[in-house]
Write a protein that binds this ligand. Structure first.
Ligand code: GAL
Length: 361
């Protein structure tokens, strides 16, 4: 319709056959393009549907039906410096992202001070209440408050309402992560500086508070991320080096309570995780394979709006010690790759398929 606007009636009639054929062909091309897996380019600018670099730093991803929603810090240039912003994007294939809304446009809610901090937002969907519940790292400009904030919304990409902030289980909390187990239970991961570790803590029934400390992993790591894969839990974290990258590490356990294994490098340590810091792992269970994606932030502290994302499919063991690959996790060198959201197969440029096809988990 939009293309026909402004055409003359005569021109319209003459062109209608051609227009029809063109539009049928165009929709075939669009259909073919959307069926073909789209390329993901780690560390490059990631244009959304408007052609603007995705602003979802320190982000989190949830899936609702067949749609993924990516929430993160919106650090676009030109925003009101008194407000803090979280943006939400939607995708069906984890590669093409449509901007939905600035779901948080928040002024200092509790007198935290001019340089107050809102970072690493994570949204959970509570099936019982129907609410979408956002957790975020809330702090003052010196990172001394170490709290989580909670905001809720009735729709996934509506305007979220800030409710409160607190220290989860009374503990200091800086970087946060989210984990939803296969049985649907929701966990907040939070870094606890005095305890020199990070917690895996279960949310209350309504998700509005943090109820139970499931495990304190005593390793000084932030950017905590978890995945359950082939019967093993994998935890990834980033050392406490501020905005600078470092060798991220992982450990495994057969239950969230632990015991957790020793931590090992996820990539050659001299690469500092290829310049990134862990944020989340997302598991894509397809008809042919299960792919676990490492999602990292490549922070650019002086030009935050241009901070990049490093997403790569992990090479991850099958949890079976008898095959020799049980419990291993490796972040391949970043290269362009594609993900087929239906089959779950990830193909890294150069023909390497990662991970090696595994039975579904
Ligand atoms: C990073 C962390 C960011 C932010 C920053 C502040 O390690 O990933 O979310 O908190 O430290 O220095």
């Amino acid at each position: 319709m939009a293309m026909r606007k402004g055409a003359t009636a005569r021109g319209d009639r003459r062109d209608s056959g051609v227009a029809m054929r063109v539009s049928v062909m165009a929709s075939l091309v669009v259909a073919a393009a959307s069926a073909a897996p789209q390329t993901i380019r780690p560390k490059e600018a990631w244009p959304d549907d408007r052609g603007r670099h995705v602003q979802a730093h320190g982000g989190g991803i949830i899936r609702i039906a067949d749609t993924y929603y990516w929430f993160g810090e919106d650090r676009s240039q030109g925003l009101d410096p008194n407000l803090r912003y979280v943006s939400c994007y939607a995708s069906k294939d984890l590669a093409r992202w449509t901007f939905r809304n600035q779901v948080i446009k928040q002024s200092d809610p509790e007198g935290f001070g001019r340089r107050w901090v809102l970072e690493r937002p994570k949204v959970f969907h509570n099936a019982k209440t129907g609410k979408y519940v956002m957790y975020m790292h809330i702090d003052d400009g010196r990172y001394a408050l170490a709290r989580v904030g909670v905001a809720t919304c009735d729709t996934v990409d509506g305007d979220y309402r800030y409710l409160k902030s607190f220290r989860p289980l009374g503990q200091e909390s800086r970087d946060i992560g989210q984990f939803i187990d296969d049985d649907g239970s929701a966990y907040l991961i939070f870094e606890d500086r005095p305890a020199k570790g990070f917690h895996i803590a279960r949310l209350s029934d309504d998700y509005l508070t943090v109820e139970k400390d499931v495990c304190l992993i005593r390793e000084p790591l932030e950017g905590g991320a978890l995945v359950h894969y082939q019967g093993l839990y994998y935890a990834i974290g980033s050392a406490l080096t501020g905005w600078n990258p470092n060798p991220n590490k992982y450990a495994t356990a057969s239950s969230l309570e632990g015991p957790w294994s020793q931590f090992k490098d996820v990539a050659p340590p001299q690469t500092n995780t290829y310049g990134s810091q862990s944020t989340m792992m997302v598991k894509v269970v397809g008809t042919k394979a299960t792919t676990v994606i490492f999602m990292g932030d490549v922070w650019r502290p002086r030009t935050q709006w241009d901070s990049r994302y490093l997403w790569m499919p992990l090479q991850i063991g099958d949890g079976n010690p008898s095959t020799g690959s049980g419990g291993t996790l490796w972040l391949p060198e970043p290269k362009e790759w594609t993900l087929d959201i239906e089959t779950g197969l990830a193909v890294i440029q150069g023909g390497q398929q990662a991970p090696p096809a595994q039975p579904n988990n």
